[in-house]
Write a protein that binds this ligand. Sequence first.
Ligand SMILES: [Fe+2]
Ligand SMILES: [Fe+2]
Length: 389
Amino acid sequence: MKIGIFGGTFDPPHLGHVSAAAAAWAELGLERLIIIPNTVPPHKELAENSPPPEARLDMTRAAFGKIGGAVEVSDIELKRDGKSYTVDTLAEIRELYPHDEIILLMGTDMFLSLESWRSFEEIMKTVTLGVFKRSDGQEDAISEARDRFSAKYGAKTVTVKNDPIDVSSSEIRAALPDRGGAAWIDGEVYGYIIRHSLYGSKPDFDWLRVKACEMLDPKRTRHVAGCEMEAVKLARRWGEDESAAREAAIMHDCTKSLGLEEQLRLCEKYDIITDSVERGDAKLLHSKTGACIAKCEFGVSDEACAAIRWHTTGKADMSTLEKIIYLADYIEPSRAFDGLEELRRLAYEDIDAAMLMGLQMSLEDMRDRGIVPHKNSKDAIKWLAKREG
Ligand SMILES: [Fe+2]
Ligand SMILES: [Fe+2]
């Protein structure tokens, strides 16, 4: 059997790693591929904000599982204390597969530094080296080293003809806090990073839009896009953080399509405290469950989640961002009702007056329909009326 071994820090695993492994799998005719995340690689220290080994193991499983076939992610190095040396790992693998051909996969940079590895001559004797490019134009360097290793140490090398994806984990780690990096990472891995707030990550807006759309009734996507546009305009007008306004608006109705039963199930799952009025009203619950999902599943900031939380009823002591999301939801371009133009004008001239008008219109509408308004809306009106004098 031909067995490929591919070790690395995978901090985090990215599409460059996966595409190289997939190319090796397909081109070298591997029958088994073992991916091995390292604890502490000998040639480098882990980045300061690296997640625990278990998280790298989870991410590596999610990333490489997509290749399919007999691909296995092994924790043999993570279970070992101290620095990880490839020669020790290969000895363990060799015990498990004494009669099989083992191909040790590595990118150009590792291949070129091979003579600095512990017991590299032993490694070269034990396994075939499988080399893939990390970026274009590395063919000459690979063939020069291959010929030299062959002549000097009797090493056997096979090359993988891959289309390299030129990105590094360190570049991705640097991009994640600025809402970047998503394009270079498998979607499931990116979701894991965001959900666990790894590497100081903040969610990419395009990714958030896709996630929101997946959860929304298609009829509501226009409303949410309009709300995002309006929220950003209002944030600019009132000197608020545009990114927070944007993420709040994108996610504000993320659980809106769920019925009462599912809303209540989410409340139970996430320990959301509800009152008796809310427990009978999916519309009231969607702002609470939406805020919770936005935080726990999609890494949305606390201030944005608070704005999602209060976008249906309002409350006393609302922050400017909370008012912005309440109003953006109300006046976004796809809305049409009597008094809309006046409300739009006020939203940009006197935000508290606009809030008061919006809440009063909403309460009037509810009374016309025989719905009892929530206490939070009445508190908001009292608070705003006092401020407005
Ligand atoms: Fe809503
Ligand atoms: Fe909405």
